[in-house]
Design a protein around this ligand. Structure first.
Ligand SMILES: Nc1ncnc2c1ncn2[C@@H]1O[C@H](COP(=O)(O)OP(=O)(O)OP(=O)(O)O)[C@@H](O)[C@H]1O
Ligand SMILES: [Mg+2]
Length: 309
């Protein structure tokens, strides 16, 4: 049984304007994996997560959490999930400790277990020292970590986190990645949303790329990277005149004096670097990144849409 499953899930917001936020999303998340929904602003990530977490009704389609229907078994679904919303406001006079401890008690945990879970969660997000300060006196990132800790302390089977690391500094972000991976190693299932490519690449077992309410691709990072024929990128700094034969044969993108040239295999990448260096240019080859593939998939679709207009 999948931890999360959606079948043709669609949501249209009808207000002054009609927005098709999800256009039939079908995906499944296995138990014990960290699955990332990766997409730009407005892609439909929060909409998806809010439907799956029983906060919003879909327009059509079906969704299940641990086999329970989110529409007509919402109460049961809530027993098994913990959610970190995107725009969470903390209660100013609550402390991080109270967030973790009382929310765990509310879920029916014994006091002893709630204490243990709260301590572990607060230590994991490095808020243990600040556990008795009221949230009103914490920084934005510290507040966010308090909410993440409350979700971790819940002992829920499935965690749903909507851009949990936005607003966190690089060190805090990596700490959260470590915590999330630990949770998965301990059998939890995590659904994460992000628009940060590095995050998706570093933490996901599998991911889905979502754009304008549609799934563009889903699979492991390697599978998604396999969707483009080019497997290497060479960043060249300086004039490209001497490299015309490469530039004409493959795809490239320039940013001022820097150009990324995409090539299909490693030998070609090495040859290109050698030629660039011989011509006095700086050059560096590496495997393509998730960001490269994302831009190709999403950018490709944008071009298609533009052509069809
Ligand atoms: N309550 C609403 N009423 C009308 N339109 C909405 C509503 N909520 C979201 N939308 C629209 O639906 C689309 C998807 O929004 P959603 O919040 O799901 O995107 P997202 O991928 O989470 O974006 P972000 O990365 O900015 O958080 C957007 O075009 C947004 O403007
Ligand atoms: Mg969002």
């Amino acid at each position: 049984m999948d931890a999360v499953k959606s079948v043709n899930l669609a949501k249209t917001y009808r207000g002054k304007e009609t927005v098709e936020a999800l256009k039939g999303v079908t995906l499944s998340i296995e138990k014990g994996e960290l699955f990332t929904l990766l997409g730009p602003n407005g892609a439909g990530k929060t909409t998806f997560l809010r439907i799956i977490s029983t906060q919003l009704l879909p327009t059509s389609g079906e969704a299940y959490v641990l086999g329970l229907n989110v529409l007509n078994e919402a109460e049961k679904v809530r027993e098994h999930i913990a959610v970190v919303p995107q725009d969470v406001a903390t209660y100013g006079n609550f402390t991080p400790w109270e967030y973790c401890y009382y929310f765990s008690l509310l879920r029916g945990m014994t006091r002893q277990k709630a204490k243990e879970m709260s301590e572990t969660a607060l230590k994991a997000v490095e808020l243990w020292e600040l556990r008795n300060r009221t949230c009103a006196t914490l920084s934005g990132g510290e507040k966010k970590r308090a909410i993440i800790a409350a979700a971790l302390a819940s002992d829920a089977q499935v965690l749903m986190l909507d851009e949990p690391t936005s607003g966190l500094d690089a060190i805090a972000r990596r700490k959260v990645w470590t915590v999330l991976r630990d949770m998965v190693e301990h059998g939890k299932t995590i659904l994460l949303t992000t628009h940060i490519m590095e995050e998706a690449e570093m933490v996901s077992d599998r991911l889905a790329i979502i754009h304008k309410g549609e799934l563009m691709a889903q699979g492991s990072v390697e599978e998604i990277k396999g969707l483009t024929k080019e497997k290497f990128r060479v960043v060249v700094e300086g004039g490209l005149k001497t490299l015309e034969k490469y530039v004409n044969n493959t795809s490239f993108v320039s940013f001022g004096s820097k150009t990324i040239i995409y090539v299909e295999d490693g030998d070609e990448a090495i040859e290109l670097v050698r030629e660039a260096l011989e011509n006095g240019l700086r050059a560096e080859a590496s495997p393509i990144t998730l960001e490269d593939v994302f831009v190709k998939l999403v950018g490709g679709r944008e071009n298609e849409v533009r052509k069809n207009c």
